[in-house]
Design a protein around this ligand. Structure first.
Ligand SMILES: C[S@@+](CC[C@H](N)C(=O)[O-])C[C@H]1O[C@@H](n2cnc3c(N)ncnc32)[C@H](O)[C@@H]1O
Length: 286
C-alpha cells in the first residue's frame, strides 16, 4: 500500500479541509471588510486545493496560487484544476515562483496556511516576505496566516491520527503520523516529518519533511507591523467550558491560555480603504 499510495492525496485527506478553510476565511473577510471575498491569493499553495475550491464557490471568485515546487503545483493542476469547468479554470492563476519575489495581484485576502512561512529562518527574510504579502493586497485587504505552538510543540514525539478514507483508491483508512523530530532551543529551528501507515502494516516514511523556524506570535506580529500592516491581531480558539476542549471557532483575543498545544491565526490589515478593482476581478493571468 505504501508503494501505491500518492503522498499528495494522503496529505490533502489528512491535513487540509478546503471547505472548512473556505467558510472560515470568507466569513471572516466579509465581517471584517463588509465585502464578499472575491479575490483570494494562496501563498505556498502546494497543490492549490483551496484555490481550486474557491473558484467553484462563486462565478466571480478568482484565485492566485504561488508555489516554488513545480511537481507539487503540477499535481494540483492534474488533480484539482483539470476537473474544473473551463470558466473556473480561467479564474485560477497558478504561479510557479518564490513568494519572496514580487508576483503582482490585487487580492482582498492573502493566506499563508499550514505554517508555511516558518520556512523563512531569519528576521530579514520573514520581513521581506511580509512586505511582499502586503504588496499583494488591495488597500484594506487582509493577510491571514496560521501559527502553531505550546510547550508540546517543542517535545520530540510522534503523534498518530486515524484518517477515514471512503474513496475507492485501494488504500482504505490509514494513519497520519506527525513526527516532531528535532527542536533546537537556541535557534528555534525544528524539523517536522509526516509519515503515513497503512492497514497492511506498510509505512510511507518522510512523505513530507519540514525544516522550519518556530516563530512565536509576538515575533510575527512585530514583524507584520514593521512591514506596514495595521490592526495586527490574533484569533484564538474558544474553549468549551464543559469539556475544556477547543471549540474549533476562533475569536479576536489579546490574551491566550497556556495550552500544551495550540493553533491560532494571525491577521494583518493592509492600510487604506480599498475596493477590488475591475482589473483584479477580471484576473491577472500570465
Ligand atoms: C506546508 S506546505 C503547505 C501547502 C498548503 N498551502 C497547505 O496549506 O497545506 C508548504 C508549501 O510551500 C512551498 N514553498 C516553500 N518555500 C516556498 C517559497 N519560498 N515560495 C513559494 N512556495 C514555497 C512548498 O513547495 C510547499 O508546497
Amino acid at each position: 500500500m505504501a508503494d501505491r499510495a500518492d503522498p499528495h492525496a494522503l496529505y490533502e485527506k489528512s491535513v487540509q479541509s478546503s471547505e472548512h478553510d473556505f467558510s472560515f476565511l470568507t466569513e471572516y473577510v466579509e465581517n471584517a471588510t463588509g465585502r464578499p471575498l472575491r479575490v483570494l491569493r494562496e501563498d505556498f499553495c502546494g497543490t492549490a486545493a483551496l484555490s481550486a475550491y474557491f473558484v467553484t464557490q462563486h462565478s466571480d471568485n478568482r484565485a492566485i496560487g504561488v508555489d516554488l515546487d513545480w511537481p507539487t503545483l503540477n499535481w494540483g493542476v492534474k488533480h484539482n484544476v483539470s476537473g474544473l469547468t473551463l470558466n473556473q479554470q480561467q479564474r485560477i492563476n497558478l504561479i510557479h515562483g518564490n513568494v519572496l519575489d514580487g508576483h503582482s495581484s490585487e487580492a482582498q485576502l492573502t493566506v499563508a496556511m499550514n505554517f508555511s512561512y516558518m520556512v523563512f529562518k531569519t528576521r530579514s527574510t520573514l520581513l521581506c516576505y511580509f512586505k511582499r504579502a502586503k504588496a499583494s493586497l488591495v488597500p484594506g485587504g487582509l493577510f491571514i496566516m496560521d501559527s502553531w505552538g505550546g510547550s508540546e510543540s517543542q517535545v520530540l514525539q510522534e503523534e498518530s491520527r486515524e484518517i477515514e478514507n471512503p474513496d475507492d483508491d485501494g488504500i482504505g483508512d490509514f494513519v497520519f503520523i506527525w513526527d516532531q523530530d528535532a527542536f533546537d532551543p537556541i535557534t528555534y529551528h525544528c524539523t517536522a516529518r509526516i509519515h503515513f501507515a497503512f492497514q497492511d502494516d506498510s509505512e510511507l516514511r518522510n512523505a513530507f519533511v519540514y525544516d522550519w523556524r518556530m516563530w512565536t506570535i509576538p515575533e510575527v506580529t512585530e514583524l507584520l507591523q514593521e512591514a506596514g500592516f495595521q490592526d495586527v491581531h490574533v484569533l484564538w480558539e474558544g474553549t468549551d467550558p464543559d469539556t475544556n476542549e477547543g471549540t474549533g471557532t476562533y475569536h479576536r483575543a489579546r490574551k491566550g491560555d497556556a495550552d500544551l498545544a495550540w493553533i491560532a491565526y494571525i491577521v494583518g490589515v493592509n492600510p487604506g480603504k480599498g475596493s477590488v478593482s475591475k482589473r483584479a476581478l477580471k484576473g491577472n493571468r500570465k
